[in-house]
Write a protein that binds this ligand. Structure first.
Ligand code: GLC
Length: 627
């Protein structure tokens, strides 16, 4: 069964779904309609309030997890919300709640989940078939938690590596992003057109131009003209809509100074009108706040621009009363409210939510395949195919399995760091404890190279007499959103502020893309080993291309591993020659730090953002099998 969501059909083509939805909308009070358009965060809403305020959806912000964050804890939480939403009485209509999470590289919130490489690594694979398989595994591990909606895929076209969300983009090339869009949607929604029985609601985001802001500032301003906006940033959404994606999330950024969250032309006219999007549009976290000082007016601006559901994590009660006031004043036509509610109900109907049993009773809940070896093998294949070989002097790679290998570097044995942001916590984690299952890069090496040793202190006393080579795993620590921006050290306001942390301003990652400045210890480790004639194979863990000229120069081989996720063993599969390198750069690699005005967000290459390696670059070791 695959159901699709289409704009309301004409009288002749009225579908059974539309009849059912229209009849339900006709029975709903204004409070019930506005409640259906409201999405609080789980920390700020109880099941009793879901019923009392007729709430249509609840979300988990990154890291906002029930109990011990195991599937059973999530299923229990969702069951309580679902039950409350279905408790019909004289004041409340039974309309099943839709729960949303950021399963953007696997169900990253939940302990023991299969965590895939972040999108920038997947872009290096150039493998749409595998993208669809990743979507199917992700969907199963989301359903296992009793959840039906993921805020993925991100279809950003990242044009400036200074953006803290570069790793959420498949590529700087809209054609690569577009080539994946329909496949990840079909994988997540389990359907060629719309949603199958093992599907979840997918969400194409962030509409539109999030990856094209000036200097890569998160939530900044994308100043391209309309032709470039369509060519670079709108283009990937077309295949996603053709594949039947059911929701679209609005960007926190602006287009030529106008906030996307109030942009009627982009949402109502282009996305829903010209492109015929028939699902519903959801705002981003507190996305309406900057629209007006008067919160009620901000809600009206966003509703009139075409937003249907509102992610209002903490301020949801003010939102409900504010929007009701605006409707009663006539500032928001009731037809706009009915359209929004109709879209939401048609999406819920399209995934069969009205007919699904409660979360506890669903076959997909607590799926024994959650985090299974079979799922992890799909992720490990993605790791292998995502690796990009940038240097291999005198063919040092592949390494021999019986070689005496020194393994060191801050990211060598750290499953948290190799997963990056939106994993267990919003900002990600360091260390191994929180990433249950999977393998660090070191744990993968140890499996295949019996004479390898881990030296977490950098190998200061290692000598050429004792070691044939060193593998040094370096790079970034985890981050998410504006905290990952590379910009002048000025506070940034992140979109999804960690609920526990509360609203505020947050500091960026740093003010340069030069790794030797961000993390000098990495170059120090490489230099110390190279100075003792120990050939160094450097593996870079990062959410983006960095300026690594010094590290490259001192290394015999250099591998871009991006953020590989839980299955670090995929790196050893390639370094020791089980499989050939497959990856090709999904973004051009900078030779130096772009300066102001150099950003390629405007569709053209900046003058100083010279590429050291071009888009598509990637070496091979020789005639090894591809796997
Ligand atoms: C954040 C992000 C968005 C995410 C949402 C919910 O602000 O911009 O990508 O889906 O909040 O966590």
């Amino acid at each position: 069964m695959t159901a699709t969501v289409r704009p309301k059909a004409g009288a002749a083509g009225v579908s059974q779904t539309n009849v059912r939805v229209d009849a339900l909308v006709a029975r709903m009070t204004l409070d019930q309609k506005i409640g259906q358009m409201t999405q609080p965060e789980r920390i700020h809403v109880s099941p009793a309030e879901v019923k009392a305020f007729h709430i249509g959806s609840v979300l988990s912000g990154g890291g906002s997890c029930p109990g011990r964050s195991r599937p059973a804890d999530w299923v229990a939480m969702n069951d309580a919300y679902w039950a409350a939403s279905m408790e019909e009485d004289e004041d409340h209509l039974a309309i099943p709640l839709l729960y949303g999470v950021d399963a953007i590289h696997g169900n990253g919130n939940v302990r023991g989940a299969t965590i895939f490489p972040h999108n920038i690594g997947l872009g290096a694979m150039r493998d749409p078939d595998l993208i669809e398989r990743i979507g199917r595994v992700t969907s199963r591990e989301v359903l296992a938690a009793g959840v039906e909606w993921t805020f993925a895929p991100t279809l950003a076209v990242s044009r400036d590596a200074r953006w803290g969300r570069t790793y959420e983009s498949y590529s700087e090339d809209p054609r690569i992003v577009a080539g994946y869009a329909s496949r990840i949607v079909r994988g997540l929604q389990d359907g060629r057109m719309g949603v199958g029985p093992n599907g979840v609601v997918a969400c194409a985001k962030h509409w539109v131009g999030d990856g094209g802001t000036e200097a890569g500032v998160d939530q900044g301003d994308t100043v391209v003209g309309e032709e470039d906006l369509r060519r670079l940033h709108i283009a990937p959404y077309r295949p996603a809509l053709e594949a039947g994606v059911l929701t679209v999330m609005v960007s926190l950024s602006s287009w030529k100074g106008a906030k996307c969250h109030a942009h009627r032309y982009l949402i109502q006219d282009v996305l829903k009108g010209e492109m015929g999007f028939g699902g519903f549009v959801v705002s981003d976290w507190n996305g309406i706040d900057p629209l007006a000082d008067d919160y009620s007016k901000a809600a009206a601006m966003a509703a009139n621009a075409g937003i249907d559901m509102f992610m209002v994590p903490e301020t949801w009660k003010s939102f409900i009363s504010g929007l009701r006031t605006q409707v009663e004043r006539g500032a928001v036509p009731i037809e706009r409210i009915d359209d929004a509610v109709g879209r939401i109900l048609r999406v819920k109907s399209a995934i069969g939510l009205f007919d699904r049993p409660r979360p506890w009773a669903r076959r997909a809940s607590n799926d024994v395949e959650f985090g299974s070896a079979e799922h992890r093998e799909v992720a490990r294949e993605a790791v292998r195919k995502s690796l990009v070989l940038l240097k291999n002097r005198r063919g040092i790679l592949p390494l021999q399995r019986d070689a005496r290998i020194l393994v060191t570097g801050r990211n060598a044995h750290d499953r948290g760091r190799q997963c990056g942001g939106f994993t267990v916590e919003w900002q990600g984690v360091s260390g191994n404890d929180a990433i249950e299952g999977g393998t660090s890069i070191w744990e993968g090496i140890r499996e295949v190279a019996p004479r390898a040793v881990l030296c977490e202190k950098g190998g200061a006393d290692a000598t050429r007499e004792h070691f044939d080579a060193a593998i040094v795993v370096i790079g970034e620590k985890p981050y998410a959103e504006g905290l990952g921006d590379i910009r002048e050290p000025a506070p940034v306001r992140a979109g999804a502020i960690q609920p526990a942390a509360g609203p505020g301003v947050l500091e960026p990652y740093g003010d340069t893309l030069e790794l030797a400045t961000l993390h000098p210890e990495d170059l120090g480790t490489i230099r110390a080993l190279a100075a003792r004639d120990i050939p160094v194979v450097t593996v870079l863990i990062s959410g983006r291309p960095l300026v690594v000229n010094a590290e490259l120069s001192e290394s015999s081989a250099f591998v871009a591993a991006w953020l590989p996720g839980s299955e670090g063993a995929g790196v050893a599969d390639v370094l020791f020659g089980d499989c050939e390198f497959h990856g090709r750069l999904p973004v051009s690699w900078p030779a130096d730090m772009p300066g102001d005005g150099d950003s390629r967000s405007n569709g053209t290459r900046g003058t100083r953002a010279r590429a050291l390696f071009p888009l598509g670059y990637g070496l091979r070791m020789g005639s090894l099998r591809r796997c």
